[in-house]
Design a protein around this ligand. Structure first.
Ligand SMILES: NC(=O)c1ccc[n+]([C@@H]2O[C@H](COP(=O)([O-])OP(=O)(O)OC[C@H]3O[C@@H](n4cnc5c(N)ncnc54)[C@H](O)[C@@H]3O)[C@@H](O)[C@H]2O)c1
Length: 335
């Protein structure tokens, strides 16, 4: 589906983090809808390196890009030489900046700030030099302990959420200075959908519960999960927001969610209904209390107003659309 009148067929598009979940979906969106567009995926890809929490340092996976016919560059946004090469070898029209330490539980604050905050400003400088519009990924994690999910009410409760607030602050500073390009920060809420599987334990609970159910294991929910509610958003609506952010009425920072909080219990109920498997539910203590969001719900009025964004998928519809892929992954990757 085309979400804008812009003809991307004549455009050069950089997608950092393009081997990851959201970045690879963007890459295929352009390839499928604008086959003449020049798409450059820049990603660190994965190695065996892990953080102290045991998770991989980067989740990029070639399998997310199977069938992709654009350019793939393996590089690090923290490497000034890699960035210089991007700057001199291309002339970008749009930069979609998805590369980041996306794991909200990473404890290494030094690498978190370097990767998420400082590298973003370096890329923003390239965008300004190229006269390219910048669309970057912020996060609902910026709200942390806040009970108001509107830009301006951020209260991050972990290093990841803080890093995204710093990205938003940089954005506000540049917008205030007055620049020729548009900059749009998108505060994604909890995203689920195809090409998230290789995020391992940080993939959404939709795919994780789906595979537990298919394995015949009783899905494990945190205690009180009927009251832990979040704004879960299907990948297709995230793509919509990104595309509409290419031509905003106003540069700025916008929430991207459905505007409706749903419980983790709802996810399991919908999955069990769709998969036609009822293997009950098991409740386990929540080990993340203190840095865990029990309620998120995006206020999306300004996103609608300034980007023309309108969420299309309820959780029932998103999960239903995702079911064939959950089953395919189960057969090819899990079993
Ligand atoms: N998925 C969600 O629910 C969600 C919610 C809020 C915000 N976000 C943000 O959206 C963006 C995309 O997230 P995602 O879910 O696709 O995660 P992801 O981990 O699948 O994608 C991030 C990509 O960045 C790459 N990367 C990491 N460090 C890099 C580096 N130093 N240099 C180059 N590439 C590097 C990884 O290899 C990976 O492919 C991230 O900025 C994330 O913080 C995601």
């Amino acid at each position: 589906m085309k979400y804008t009148d812009i003809d991307f067929n004549t455009k050069t598009i950089l997608i950092t983090g393009g081997a990851g979940f959201i970045g690879s979906n963007l890459a295929f969106y352009f390839q499928n809808n604008y086959p003449q567009s020049n798409i450059i995926v820049f990603d660190k890809f994965r190695s065996d390196d892990t953080f102290s929490n045991g998770a991989l340092k980067s989740f990029g996976h070639y399998k997310n890009l199977l069938g992709f016919s654009g350019t793939v560059i393996s590089g690090d946004i923290n490497d000034k030489i890699d960035l210089k090469e991007l700057e001199i070898n291309y002339k970008f029209d749009y930069i979609f900046h998805e590369a980041a330490i996306s794991d909200t539980t990473v404890q290494e604050q030094d690498v978190m700030m370097k990767t998420n905050v400082n590298a973003y400003e370096d890329l923003l400088k390239i965008a300004i030099k190229h006269n390219a519009n910048m669309i970057y990924a912020s996060s609902a994690a910026t709200y942390g302990d806040s009970d108001r999910f509107e830009v301006g009410y951020e209260q991050p409760n972990n290093a990841y959420g803080f890093s995204k607030v710093m990205m938003d602050n940089i954005t506000a500073k540049y917008i205030k200075q007055g620049i020729n390009i548009s900059i749009v920060g998108l505060k994604y809420f909890n995203v689920y959908g195809q090409r998230e599987f290789f995020k391992n334990k940080t993939a959404s609970m939709v795919v994780q519960f789906g595979h537990q159910i298919l394995k015949g294991i009783t899905p494990k929910l945190f205690e009180g999960s009927d009251k832990i509610v979040r704004d879960f958003i299907y990948i297709e609506d995230i793509i919509q927001a990104n595309i509409k952010a290419c031509n905003p009425k106003k540069s700025g920072i916008y929430n991207v969610g459905t505007g409706k909080a749903r419980s983790f219990e709802d996810i399991v109920n919908i999955l069990q209904h769709e998969l036609k498997i009822d293997n009950g539910k098991e409740y386990i203590p929540n080990p993340f209390i203190g840095s865990y969001q029990f309620f998120t719900q995006a206020v999306i009025d300004t996103t609608k107003e300034n980007l023309g964004y309108e969420p299309r998928f309820t959780m029932e519809e998103g999960i239903q659309a995702y079911i064939p892929e959950i089953k395919r992954l189960f057969e090819s990757e899990v079993k």
